[in-house]
Design a protein around this ligand. Sequence first.
Ligand SMILES: *Cc1c(COP(=O)(O)O)cnc(C)c1O
Length: 401
Amino acid sequence: MTDKTAGFLKLSDKYSASNYHPLPVVIERGEGCWVYDVEGRKYLDMLSSYSALNQGHCHPKIVAALQDQASRLTLTSRAFHNNLFGAFMQKASSVTGMEKVLPMNTGAEAVETAIKMARRWGYEKKGVPEGMAKIIVCANNFHGRTTTIVGFSTEPLYRRGFGPFTPGFEIIPFGDAAALASAVDRNTVAFLVEPIQGEGGIIIPPRGFLSKAAEICRKNNVLLVLDEIQTGLGRTGKMFAYQHEKGVKPDAIILGKALGGGVYPVSAVAARAEVMGVFDPGSHGSTFGGNPLACRAAIAALEVIEEEDLPGKSRESGDYFIGKLREIKSKHVTDVRGLGLFVGVEVKKETGGARPFCEKLMAEGLLCKETHDLVIRFAPPLVIKREEIDWALERIRKVLL
Ligand SMILES: *Cc1c(COP(=O)(O)O)cnc(C)c1O
């Protein structure tokens, strides 16, 4: 590491909380799939800020929209209307196939919004006795970092020292439809689930799980709430990951990350009208939620996903990438799995875990990040080209063999 890079690390170390453990690279510029550090070195970004950069770094159309809007109007609060709000709601509704949308800023806020919505729906529409609403979630989940959300996490790292936690959640094993069926009771208002667990280690549930879960929810008048913050907007080779299974009709979809096109935090809950209808004036809000800058960025972000067929690109590139990864016969690797460009390579414990591989890949000019101890996650921008994938494969082969 040079003095220059060391200087930046020292400055953040001195003044920032230590709630992250970043790789020692200091990035100052990004374009498409590539980022450049303060030394002028170039890296292929295969993390995409946890799928917030599906459209790539500094996508010209999204940046232009943001820049243009920044000089016109940035914030009105929801005390007044703004001229872009309706257009964003309409666009998000059409992309999700949901009638109503509620915009927030971060993913965790959108999850909180969905929890409030499901609970109130339970009391007002399902007739659950006050204070008794139960939401079923899965072990190994990741839905964000608020106190309520970490309260139903099963990861000690996320929970330690942060209690007391919000009651009203029951945890079942991920991918276990029978467990869901037996956990559902009269007071169950929702099943909150990621179609594929991202932070949990790119865990794909058994085939048919989501269809069965949807059926169980429908039969028992329980809302199916899908957290597609990481899996949605093209990441897995479809617009939404739930679309890989037949007959799944969610009651609500939670969006974030790539919804802001990698330039601005934008999240949202999209839901059926009857469900979203439980919110009345004063019941929920956010000062920045739905601000004109966010609306403009999100409209552009969604247009790019559609115009450039990013779900299709993800499917095609993902099939190629996963196929080639499987051809690398490494004694360190126990599993290669994924859907579209949402890919996990699991390594043996004895290797020292995924982190050393990520560090070696960084030295080769490829940025990715371990998730949990043993999984290297590869989730590049969906705009990645075939020759860029080949470039990455060369380095991955070198590091894994
Ligand atoms: C990232 C993520 C969140 C939280 O989003 P933030 O914007 O970091 O609050 C929630 N759910 C899933 C599935 C995520 O991947």
